[in-house]
Design a protein around this ligand. Structure first.
Ligand code: HOZ
Length: 427
């Protein structure tokens, strides 16, 4: 496959952009090749600048659940753009999207829009600290909640990919307020909480970890966290940036019937445009400025284009049978890939919830970051490259998640399974 234009664009980008990319995992460093530069996308397909077309399972890391360039989303963005891209002042669209999100999540009584998932989690943590008057927070090894200082401690995603789970540049004085526990290990959480009685403002969790590969919660884990937080006056922040409107319309909280005090969202609610949001109980949200004293602001918060794309997207997700289609397509892919990997001597572990999935190159089950780190990342890299060469675009790291869209066709899924069979045969 000729990727000459991507190669030269990457060389040029590296002269003016650190690593040639605006987000580290995009550099493909851990999979042993250079990144493809994208020209355009439509539906399930993405096309690079050399004209190679790929079946896309990255989906902009989650938002493109409708596929790329859904006509109704494109139309909404175009119409809104014609009336102004940004005002830095309230619009009716912000309330419309807020109402749609509140209707989907019964525990979100009030919500504030921001411009990214990082802003959402960072703001939710400040709010939890302001509301409780406590400083310490607890997160889970391998979970990633964006790149705010307090959250780059034992984090997943790019940090896991590059083997530096705690970033240089985070002052030790900040990091000391971030406690960590093992994902899916309630006893470990109980120990940390007991050792810090009355000092924890919040526990923040990805209800399905999607930044150390795809790691579902074990039975009782989320319920146990809920009980513990209620008993100890700790704010439970459920980070649904990835899972919200993805694994069900009401996210992982609907799927697992566990409710956070605060919820963070992003990705799908912006229909592919930069957006984030955090919301929850009125009593907590009203501690935010200008009602309360906890400060948070943003010129592009509630941006008209992002609101329009989000509203158009959520309307389409409400169509009868939408999540059933995502489930059926994902289950079909799962069945085919399990046949492929089942016939291979290479140890792999497929994990999936709805339209989120990954194939770990290790024996499973993978319940924690320590488990995920047992993966053979070299073998994953060979698999990734083979799939890319066969026109299948997977997330370029073992420690990321794949995403299904409703636009993936039967032919796409069959081609993916065939490509995986060839890739495994050659590993
Ligand atoms: N690490 C991010 C997803 N988990 C990747 C974001 C991006 O590169 O766009």
């Amino acid at each position: 496959m000729n990727r000459q234009t991507s190669e030269s664009l990457f060389a040029k980008a590296q002269t003016v952009i650190p690593g040639g990319v605006n987000s580290p995992v995009r550099a493909f460093k851990s999979v042993g090749c250079n990144p493809i530069f994208i020209k355009q996308a439509a539906g399930s397909r993405i096309t690079d600048v050399d004209g190679n077309e790929y079946i896309d399972y990255v989906g902009s890391w989650g938002p493109m659940i409708l596929g790329h360039c859904h006509p109704k989303v494109v139309e909404a963005i175009q119409q809104t753009a014609a009336s102004g891209a940004s005002f830095g002042a309230p619009t009716a669209r912000e309330t419309e999207l807020a109402e749609m999100v509140c209707a989907a999540f019964p525990n979100i009584e009030k919500i504030r829009m921001v411009s990214s998932g990082t802003e959402a989690t960072m703001s939710a943590i400040r709010l939890a600290r302001g509301y409780t008057g406590r400083d310490k927070i607890l997160k889970f090894d391998g979970c990633y909640h964006g790149h705010a200082d307090s959250l780059l401690v034992k984090a997943g995603s790019g940090l896991a990919t590059f083997g530096v789970p705690t970033s240089p540049g985070v002052p030790a004085d900040f990091a000391k307020y971030t406690l960590t526990a093992t994902y899916n290990d309630l006893e470990d959480v109980r120990k940390v909480v007991a050792a810090n009685q009355g000092e924890l403002a919040c526990i923040i969790i990805e209800p399905i970890a999607g930044n150390m590969g795809c790691v579902p919660p074990v039975a009782g884990f989320l319920e146990g966290l809920r009980e513990l937080c209620t008993a100890e006056g700790i704010v439970l922040i459920i980070d649904e940036v990835m899972t919200g409107f993805r694994v069900a319309y009401g996210g992982a909280q609907e799927r697992f019937n566990v409710r956070g005090d605060l919820v963070t969202l992003g990705k799908i609610i912006g229909g592919g445009l930069p957006v984030g949001a955090f919301g929850g109980k009125k009593e907590i949200m009203d501690a935010l400025s200008p009602e309360g004293g906890v400060y948070q602001a943003g010129t592009l918060s509630g941006n008209p284009l992002a609101m329009s794309a989000g509203i158009a997207t959520l309307k389409l997700l409400q169509e009868e049978g939408f999540y059933q289609q995502i489930e059926e397509k994902s289950a079909y892919l799962e069945k085919g890939l399990l046949e492929v990997t089942g016939n291979s001597p290479i140890a792999t572990c497929w994990q999936r919830v709805g339209g989120m999935f990954c194939n770990f190159f290790c024996a499973g089950p993978v319940n924690s970051f320590a488990d995920a780190q047992k993966s053979d990342t070299e073998a994953f890299g060979r698999y990734f490259r083979s799939m890319l060469d066969q026109g299948i675009n997977l997330a370029p790291s073992q420690f990321e998640t794949g995403f299904m869209s409703v636009a993936h066709s039967q032919e796409d899924l069959d081609r993916t399974i065939e490509a995986a069979a060839k890739a495994f045969a050659a590993l």
